[in-house]
Design a protein around this ligand. Structure first.
Ligand SMILES: [Zn+2]
Length: 241
């Protein structure tokens, strides 16, 4: 019975495909030029500026690094609990594990944007600001921010310049926490941009006037990562590197 249903479905799909192909063929046979093929000018008044502004200021695109589609209702409940926003938000499924998040308040949106990484059921969500109302390619969403600690770095070396130098071994410096602890604490704290395409670093090597010293790196709120390739976003079992 099931096989028969499948067969009927297949026939329907191939019929649809055939019809589309026939239409394309018919269009190719038209040799007449379009009469009014002057391009239409797009003017400012044709563009919904308010909608664009709302997307830019209140929208984010998220990529969920999970194997299977989430239950939208459960994901919204879980994220509401984690974010504790002043006002609400909406999620729209875009396909390919991408989701459009629309917030009602700019502070709420910024909180989500600047306090990442975020997860749903142990899977990382990579966020990106949206400047256009177009679905991005999933692989374009690969940058996250992470707080790291450079363990044992002497207090006199915990400067903005050193933070920038260390962050250059990642994808750049987002924030240097120069108020982290006291000078007797044993680490420097900074927030770096990191691509999930690159493996996590375990240490930073410094050459101090010919003396080579290695400082271990510790990660705060480290998302799930792969013990095989050292990349964030998938477990060892799903490693394709
Ligand atoms: Zn891996």
């Amino acid at each position: 019975m099931e096989a028969r249903e499948e067969a009927i479905k297949d026939t329907a799909t191939s019929k649809e495909r055939q019809t589309t192909m026939e239409l394309e063929n018919q269009l190719n046979q038209i040799t007449l030029e379009d009469e009014d093929d002057e391009p239409l000018e797009v003017e400012d008044s044709d563009v919904d500026v308010l909608l664009m502004e709302a997307v830019r200021r209140l929208g984010l695109i998220g990529r969920l690094l999970a194997e299977k589609e989430p239950n939208m209702k459960s994901m919204k409940i879980a994220l509401s609990k984690a974010w504790k926003l002043k006002k609400g938000f909406q999620i729209t499924e875009l396909g390919d594990m991408l989701f459009a998040f629309q917030f009602l308040d700019m502070d709420d949106r910024n909180k989500v944007c600047y306090e990442d990484p975020w997860h749903y059921e142990n899977s990382l969500i990579v966020f990106k600001a949206s400047t256009t109302i177009q679905k991005p390619k999933p692989e374009d969403l690969h940058m996250i921010n992470l707080w790291i600690r450079v363990e044992g770095l002497p207090a006199e070396m915990r400067t903005q310049k050193m933070a920038e130098k260390i962050a250059s071994r990642f994808e750049g410096l987002d924030w240097f926490d120069n108020g982290a602890g006291t000078m007797w604490d044993d680490y420097m704290r900074l927030r770096v941009y990191m691509s999930i395409n690159n493996p996590l670093k375990k240490k930073i090597k410094l050459n101090n006037s010919g003396q080579l010293v290695e400082y271990p790196i510790k990660y705060e709120k480290l998302p799930m990562f792969c013990y095989s390739c050292g990349r964030i976003g998938h477990p060892k079992l799903r490693c394709k590197v």
